[in-house]
Design a protein around this ligand. Structure first.
Ligand SMILES: *Cc1c(COP(=O)(O)O)cnc(C)c1O
Length: 354
């Protein structure tokens, strides 16, 4: 008897290949920080780290638990990108040799109190208005605290995937200004995946790449989606022109159709409102979502997909069907799709050499 549950396949070789492709783009001998927050965007933080540890210079995460987990498997630099909010956490960072970001006054006070500034990154706000010191505020802090000598100056881009967006220029200009106004020499880090690809003049000392290493950045680099989300066909039926499929009868057949029902639904992480016409792959043939996604089931128009039977796999994204396709056609982002696959979906690792 076949196991009918949906699966999430994670190809660690593809993550490594994507990482190498991105690394090859770096100018300025920049160091490469792989961003592994949120369990490596849902790909498993330890597995991903083991697959790329020899080719990266460090990791970025946002939670202390993630940082500690990583420290169990890697000796590389680890940066806690949102920083700490209490003394205990700072002591933990010391203990596990984890570097951290200071992005506001609250955090600065904790660092001052413990007189701990080793390996810190200072984040400035250059236009995203989410985290980071204002430029003048930052310069004042550095000039009035002689203890702060060595650090990395960082900022985060708000619209890096769009090369033409003028916000990018504004952000880079503010960052340049910050660097020029410092009397000490510091390292600088500005770009995420989008910035790494679109702005080669601003790679500086550290690039911080997340989505690209998982294959969720569309462009001409041919990065491969490392995840395959798939469910099995558990029913096939013929319907007549005018018949309606799924909740609320959203999908109306314009002609006679063949409908496959797949054993995967929004409780597995498929967004409930995926649109009719969204492309999926069954036996390497394109088919289309037809009807609203249910909790455990999804209906697919397989009229043009050739022969198909119970037990066949239906892929929603995979190395062969980029996650950017389902994202773009549904006004979603790959980041969210990747991180929202629910725990009940069985994970299987491919090319796991650890
Ligand atoms: C998530 C994150 C990144 C990585 O961004 P991608 O778009 O996934 O490459 C880089 N820097 C910071 C501060 C982040 O939070």
């Amino acid at each position: 008897m076949k196991q009918l549950s949906p699966e999430l396949l994670i190809d660690l070789d593809l993550i490594r290949e994507n990482t190498l492709k991105l690394k090859n783009l770096t100018t300025n001998h920049s160091k490469f920080m792989a961003i592994l927050k949120s369990d490596a965007y849902g790909h498993n933080i330890k597995k991903v780290s083991k697959a790329i540890d020899d080719i990266v210079d460090g990791y970025g995460v946002v939670k202390l638990e993630e940082a500690k987990k990583l420290r169990e498997v890697s000796d590389k630099k680890i940066l806690l990108m949102q920083g700490i909010y209490n003394e205990d956490d700072l002591l933990n960072l010391q203990k596990y040799n984890i570097n951290t970001v200071i992005h506001n006054e609250y955090q600065l006070e904790i660092h001052k109190k413990l007189n701990e500034f080793s390996g810190v990154w200072f984040k400035i706000n250059t236009g995203m208005n989410r985290l980071g010191f204002e430029l003048d505020e930052f310069l004042k802090i550095i000039s009035s605290n002689p203890k702060i000598k060595k650090f990395t100056l960082m900022t985060h881009l708000a619209a890096s995937k769009n090369k033409e967006e003028k916000l990018n220029t504004e952000q880079f200009n503010l960052l340049k200004k910050a660097k020029e106004n410092l009397r000490i020499d510091v390292q600088v880090s500005a770009v995420n995946t989008g910035g790494l690809i679109n702005f080669p003049n601003y790679h500086y000392d550290w690039v911080r790449a997340g989505i690209g290493i998982y294959g969720g950045f569309s462009g001409n680099l041919d990065l491969k989606t490392a995840m395959t989300l798939r469910g099995r066909v558990i029913n096939i039926r013929d319907i007549k022109k005018g018949d309606r499929v799924g909740y609320d009868g959203r999908a109306v057949a314009k002609k006679d159709l063949k409908i496959a029902t797949i054993f995967i639904g929004y409780a597995d992480g498929l967004p409930q409102n995926l649109r009719d016409g969204t492309k999926v792959l069954i036996n390497n043939k394109i088919a289309e979502i037809f009807g609203k996604i249910s909790m455990d089931l999804t209906t697919i128009d397989i009229s043009k997909a050739g022969k198909c039977q119970i037990g066949d796999w239906c892929e929603f994204f995979s190395p062969k069907l980029s996650i950017n396709l389902i994202s773009d056609t549904n006004s979603l982002i790959p980041y969210e799709l990747m991180t929202k696959i629910t725990p009940r979906v069985k994970r299987k690792f491919i090319n796991d050499n650890s």
